[in-house]
Structures are given as C-alpha cells and as structure tokens.
Write a protein that binds this ligand. Sequence first.
Ligand code: 1GP
Length: 239
Amino acid sequence: MIYNKIIESRGKKKLFALLLDPDKCNPDHLHKVLHIACQGKVSMLLVGGSLVNTDINTFISKVKAESQVPIVLFPGNAIQFANGADAILLLSLISGRNPDFLIGNHVIVSGAIKRSGVEVIPTGYLLIDGGVHTSVQYMSNTMPIPSSKIDIAVATALAGEQLGLKMIYLEAGSGAKFPVPIEMISAIRKEINIPIIVGGGLKSPEQINSAWDAGADMVVVGNAIENNVEFLSSFFQTK
Ligand code: 1GP
C-alpha cells in the first residue's frame, strides 16, 4: 500500500514524486523521464492536472509498459479517475470555499473508486499563492492563501488533520514563480503529525532540499522536468 510506504519512510528517507501531466508528455519525453525515474530515486509518479484531455487509463498503460514506479492519481476533477492506477490522492481543496472541490467531485466518483479497488489516500489540498495566476486557481475557482498568511495556512492544515485527512498537500501551483515558503512548511510541520507534500514552482535542488529540511515528507516536481529532463539525473547525482 502506497500510504503505508509513505509512513514507513518517515524519519528514514525523504520522498520525491514526479508529476506527469498526460497532455504535456510526448512519447519521447515520457521515455526519457521514465528511464531516469526507473533508476530508483523516484518514489512515485503523480498523474493528473488542472485540465487534462488525454485518456488517463491509456496514458497509465503506456507508463506501466515502461516503468514499475507506482502510479498515483493527482486528479483535477472527477473525470480524471482511472482504475489502472495504484492509488489516488483524493484531494479536498480545503483552502478554498468551492463545494465542488471540497466534496462535489468526490460524490460523483465515489462509486467508481470503490468498485475499482484503487487505494484511496484522503488528502487536504491547500493552494498557496505562488506569485502568478495558476491553472489550479482558475479551474477550481478558489482563492489561494496569501504566502504571508502563515497562521491561516497552519489553521487550515490543522483543521484538515482534525477532519481525519491522512496527508496535507501544500500547492503553489504548477509553474509558480515562488514555491511554498519554507517558514510556512515548518510552521505547519510543528502543528500537525500527518505527512506533508509540497509542490509547485520547485526548480532547483536547493529549493527541494529546503522543503525537505523544513518538514516536507515528499516533494513533487513537474515543470522543471518537463522543461529539462536532465534536471532529474543531475539532481539525483548530488544525492
Ligand atoms: C505539483 O503542481 C505541482 O504540486 C507541480 O508544479 O510544475 O511547478 O513543478 P511544477
């Protein structure tokens, strides 16, 4: 089970996830990325995006043909559910006040998820302002938490934990100018016990290491690898 692996790695190993947006992965790019991902340092592949047109199950089959790395859905909405995945981050966008992303999409897809047997990881999703208008902000029609409002982010993450969510995902948005502030990650880390995932705008090994040091259990990187596949191998060579 993916969640158990995340829990077991705590205190031993920091996790690194690659975000694959099926609309942005041409076969050549995908092949190169998976070749590097298979060398053992990528803990899981997240598949999804704010808006995806590609058929997710077909995409997953292609990924599985080239890699053994676990595939975890990171869905922007209910139609991104695919029963070929190993697990789904069942995201509730708790920083927002749009009922569709708090519970509406979940109701639509709950039966299909149950029938599939795909592992469900209930995850509180917090959108944090990353200095640009991101797709997730527009598509979810929610306002991000300002990056200076650490108290609001902490209270939101804590509420998510108290509601029984199993992980907190701090999201600056794909292509964010600034990643989630380090002070925010460490303040949340001090207040909650469940695993923390950090993604959005991570472009350098320094930023990734700082997020881990501040208390992130897993980081998620998308754009930096979409723009330069070599980022991945050069990053891991330094580890
Ligand atoms: C995952 O949305 C992010 O949380 C990915 O962001 O594309 O900026 O790495 P980047």
